[in-house]
Each structure stands twice: as C-alpha cells, then as structure tokens.
Design a binder for this molecule. Sequence first.
Ligand SMILES: Nc1ncnc2c1ncn2[C@@H]1O[C@H](COP(=O)(O)OP(=O)(O)OP(=O)(O)O)[C@@H](O)[C@H]1O
Ligand SMILES: C[C@@](O)(CCOP(=O)(O)O)CC(=O)O
Length: 462
Amino acid sequence: MLPQKAVAVSAPGKVLFAGGFLVLDRRHTGLVFGLNARIHVHIEPWLDVPTALTETTILVQSPQFLDARWLYEVSETRNDDHAVVNVRQVRDHPDYTQTANKFVETTLLYTLTYLAHVSKEIGASLKVTILADDDYYSQSTETSKRPTAVQSNFTQFGVKLTDAHKTGLGSSAALVTSLVSALLAFHATRSGVESSLEHQTIHNLAQAAHCAAQGKVGSGFDVAAAVYGSCLYRRFTPTILEAVGEPTTLGFSERLHRCVDDLEMDRKWDVEVASRAVQIPESLLLVMCDVDCGSETPGMVRKVLQWRKEQAGQADLLWNALQQGTDELCQELRRLAQHEGIESEEFKGLADIISTVRSLVREMSTKSGVPIEPPVITELLDYCTALPGVVGGVAPGAGGYDAVALLVKNDGEAVQALQQRLGGWKSHSDTGATIGHVKLLGVKQEKEGVRLEDVGSYAGWV
Ligand SMILES: Nc1ncnc2c1ncn2[C@@H]1O[C@H](COP(=O)(O)OP(=O)(O)OP(=O)(O)O)[C@@H](O)[C@H]1O
Ligand SMILES: C[C@@](O)(CCOP(=O)(O)O)CC(=O)O
C-alpha cells in the first residue's frame, strides 16, 4: 500500500435559469447553468494530530471563516460482511467548533461508508480544507485577501459561517460534490492509481449524501450541475435514494454501495443530464445580481406543490406552457450559438421567450400565492431589461428575493452600463417588500463540472 498523497478538487455553483418547481417532477426538465464560483476541497494526511486524540480523526477546516474547525472521530466495525462506520463530532474541545456542519458530517459518513464497503479500509487521520470563491456569500467590508506566498484567490470573510449571507449559488451541493470527489480521489492514491474522477459514482454518492443532509429528496439539479456543469436536467426517481434507508439501520453500507454503483435492477438510476443541450453563445453573458435578501425555499416548495395538487387542471396547463418555454429557450440559445459569426446577432426571439416565461411564472405566483417573481423583483427585472444591451432576465430557482439572473450582450459595454445603473437603483412602487443593495456578482457561466486542481495552489491556506 502506497502512502497517500494530497489531492484537491473543485466543483461549480449553479443557477436554475428555467424550470424552477417543475424540475421536481420527472415529467419536466430544468435548464441549469454551472457558475465559475467554485468550492474547493484539499485533503492531505493529518501528520501532526494532537497526541491526546487516539482515534482515527478527521479535521475539517474552513479557514475563510471564524471558528470553523470541525473535528470528527471515525471508527469502523464489521457486521458479517457489512461495514458500519461511525463519524462522531468532538464537541467538548475548546480548539474546535461546537456547532454541527450537517453537510460535512453526512458527506464524511456516506463516503467513508461507501469506501469501507468497497475497499474494506478507510485509512488514517486526514486534514480537509474547504475554500470557497467569493461570490457564494454577500461580503461585508471586513473581508480581506490573505497574503500568501502564491497569488491567493480566496478571501478571509471575517465572520462565522453561520453569519455569512448566502447568495444562493448552491454552496452545499458544490461542497458535498467536492468533498465526495476529493475523498474518493485521495483514497485511490493509496493503490497507486493516478487520481481521476468517476463522474457517475461521484454524482450518485453526492446526491445520496446531499439529500440525507438536507433531510429530504429534492430534485438534485444543484448536485448535477456541481458534477457535470451546465445542463438540461431531468431528475431521478426519488425511490432510488429512499431505498438506501438510514445509516443507523442494518445493511446500510450494502444498500448504499448497490445504489451508488447502480446495481439495483428494479431501481436503476434514470437521471438525465444533457450537457450538450445547453449553450450560451459567445455573444451573450450570463450575469447574476445579488439582491441581498434571500428566501426560504422549503416553505415555497411546499406551497407550490400543495397548489398543484389542489388545482391539478390549471397547474398542468401552466406547467406544460412553462416546459415549452424552457425547451424554446434551449433551442434559441443553441441556434444563436450555432449561427455565431455567420449571421448578425438578433436577440429579439430570445427576449420574447424570456418575457413569456416570466409572465407564466407570475401567473404561477398569483395562482399559488407564492412570491416566485414578487412585484419588487418584477420591477427590478423590468428595469434591467429596458437597459441597452440587456436581453432579459429571470428570478432563478425557486425565485423569491434571492439573486436575479440576466442575459446581457457580451460587447464590453453592456455589463459596465448595467453595473452603473444598478448602483443607485431603488424600488419606486409600494410593492410591500424592500430589497437591499443590488450588486452585480462576478460569476460567469461555467461549462465544466467537478475537476481535479493543482494541490500547490492552496499554499498559505491548508
Ligand atoms: N465554506 C464552507 N465551509 C463549510 N461548510 C460550508 C461552506 N459553505 C457552505 N457550507 C455548508 O453548506 C450549508 C449551506 O447550505 P444551503 O443548502 O443552506 O445553502 P446553499 O446551498 O448555498 O444555497 P441554495 O440551496 O439556496 O443555493 C452550510 O450550513 C454548511 O453546512
Ligand atoms: C424549487 C426548486 O425546483 C429549485 C430551487 O432552486 P434554488 O435553491 O432557489 O436555486 C427545488 C428543487 O429543484 O429542488
């Protein structure tokens, strides 16, 4: 067995441009763009474990945040041929964070259980470092770049993770995907296998861990984007994951292994991730504006699904029309990408499709009583759309008061003009809700999903 070598992996964030709520149902699809805001995970053997710690331990640190050092003790027992892995957070030690990090802990448990089952060994103590690109959090003025020997792209946020304002780019899905991938790649280095990423294994395991940490089976579009980048996404049948059951129950490692390696003949993975169906032409830029407010997605999902159950007829009509909008959006973006440089750019068709999708979403808002495109966001989107060079925009994902996504001409001027005009923007109508400062995020569309990174780029942070 070879010594384990450090590995580093990153995965992108996401924005669901079309298909919010619909994508929860396998009959529909969601158009999701990966974003170049990435969550990075670096793993290395933990060589200077404090002597008081006698168990196999995993230190997980998020050095951009205050008080973000979680310590876990890991143990493994065998029950017949089943591995039973235990991951216990050490909470009574002053050097380590006392609050839980459900996404980290669940991902460690799921990935180590899978590894214990397939390779019969989970290895020695580890040091895991998580680093996030800036745009995941609305930043305060106290942030600073940490001086390092190499050029650092990461920011010291100066707050606790629980006090950071999320921008809704899918930090948990990118984190879970990166952590699963890094643990699998790190483990592979012991067999002398040059690290490579098995996308299907990563996807299935990350979906299982992310769902367990969230406490529910969502559509999983965010994990799919973290693994594969931009795609047209059709979800998996929920029973594929439900059948895995709880980690505390007998036979969990066997069921998890069979699920992840897709060995259940009557519950084959049926997720569809069409990466080629999605293109943004070079002549357009995807731009995100943070409205620094945020919505509570689970409550919105419950209400929309309740309305759909109670008003099945009107909901089906609306959802079919919205699905048509998503399909037309993809087709038009592909057409523009294919004719690039051949015909002069004409974005009227795209603008009309976006405007139709938005009016259908507003109809859904009214009928379900859920503020998916609330009036103040309508006002902001209308304002932006009327600016020169802006083709159109949406309230992405579940909508509400989170960030908005715009498609803007890539001519070097439109984004600059947008930035200037947003600086002083204020809502003029009495729309009931106020939104904070509106600010352009620096993110762009990202085609590439999870990838291996150079371990040397994290000097000063790990
Ligand atoms: N830098 C980080 N270090 C450690 N854990 C993190 C980090 N960023 C996010 N997390 C984990 O992800 C959780 C946030 O996930 P959540 O699903 O609430 O938000 P999100 O995925 O960013 O947003 P959304 O689902 O709206 O796109 C945190 O509570 C923490 O457990
Ligand atoms: C409402 C929903 O379709 C999208 C939620 O997206 P977001 O978390 O707002 O980016 C839920 C889901 O797909 O899991």
